[in-house]
Write a protein that binds this ligand. Structure first.
Ligand code: CP
Length: 327
């Protein structure tokens, strides 16, 4: 592809670099990334952002095909991966509702993966069972990208969350990150907390008692020397919080819906709460929100959640390009 002159100072390695660190690999867990990897991914994501702003769509992955296989509902992850592939000139096989696929006839995950990857180059998988992406990777020959496996992980969300913190606050080291809401079932907070162990951050967990961060994960982070504290209320940590990461209470994960009803409205971020937070901080949410952040907060410059979902496009473009050996 030949770039117009005014774009030639945008650094985007367009060559075919098949020795790249993610080339041909699965993206299953944040545990696979080093700090060095993150710097590289974020550099490519910045370049993707520039390219989208200036030329929109380009042919880096022309001829490549992505399978977007979603066993659970999604708006952002599914459409941003599809948009990422199309912005890079590739094509998408979209399976958003598996009840219209042979899964409804009882086909196993390994067979579905084997089938779809025979038509494509990379598979993005969302599935309700923890560990399903790793199982898919065991049977698949081509890269699998975990787009959320039950209450386990959502590694590409954590990457875009970190990219957001860096874009919004200019640094990650030295920050206090407060996670609020459903920390038991929220896979986004599980992945983000693990990924943040690569940085010098302090973590606060604010949740109702029945939705605490899993003890095993807290112990894992403690073994890495990370400072963590748990609270029932946001008030004690408002003044020290640089990033407030709000999550939805995950109704679909509760066995007893009475328990969900008891905690669903436990925390709501309002303009009054925003007034008590730091003037320079970032309010984040992986979205969708179902009442945890009042719409009146949306125009606050610290409300980063809509920018956060846009950053997801650039990070996912970077991942696809790297996994397919083009960045
Ligand atoms: N953040 C996130 O995973 O959103 P979706 O469920 O819409 O993909």
């Amino acid at each position: 592809m030949s770039l117009p002159l005014h774009l030639r100072n945008i650094h985007l390695p367009l060559g075919d670099q098949r020795t790249g660190r993610l080339y041909g690999k699965d993206v299953l867990s944040v545990a696979q990334f080093t700090r060095d990897d993150l710097e590289y991914i974020f550099g490519v994501a910045e370049a993707m952002r520039n390219m989208v702003a200036h030329i929109g769509t380009f042919d880096l992955l022309k001829g490549k095909i992505l399978v977007n296989l979603f066993y659970e509902p999604s708006t952002r992850t599914s459409s941003s991966f599809a948009a990422a592939m199309e912005r890079l000139g590739g094509s998408v096989i979209q399976i958003n509702d598996v009840k219209y696929s042979s899964v409804a006839k009882g086909e196993s995950l390994p067979d579905t993966i084997r089938t779809l990857e025979s038509y494509a180059d990379v598979t993005v998988l969302r599935h309700p069972e923890t560990g399903s992406a790793a199982i898919a990777a065991q049977y698949g020959r081509k890269p699998i990208i975990n787009a959320g496996d039950g209450t386990g992980e959502h590694p590409t969300q954590a990457l875009l969350d970190l990219f957001t913190i860096r874009e919004e606050l200019g640094t990650i080291d030295g920050l206090t990150v407060t996670m609020l809401g459903d920390l038991k079932y929220g896979r986004t907070v599980h992945s983000l907390a693990k990924l943040l162990t690569l940085f010098e951050v302090r973590l606060n967990y604010v949740s109702p008692g029945i939705l605490r961060m899993p003890a095993a994960l807290v112990a894992q982070l403690e073994a890495k020397g990370r400072r963590q504290a748990q609270y029932d209320s946001l008030e004690p940590v408002m003044a020290e919080t640089d990033v407030l990461y709000v999550t939805r209470v995950q109704k679909e994960r509760f066995e007893d819906l009475n328990e969900y009803e008891a905690v669903k409205g436990a925390f709501v971020i309002t303009p009054e709460i925003m007034q008590q937070l730091r003037p320079k901080m970032a309010l984040m949410h992986p979205l969708p929100r179902v009442g945890e952040i009042a719409p009146e907060v949306d125009n606050d410059p610290r409300a980063a959640y809509f920018r956060q979902m846009e950053y997801g496009l650039y990070v996912r473009m970077a991942l696809l390009a790297m996994v397919l050996g083009k960045a």
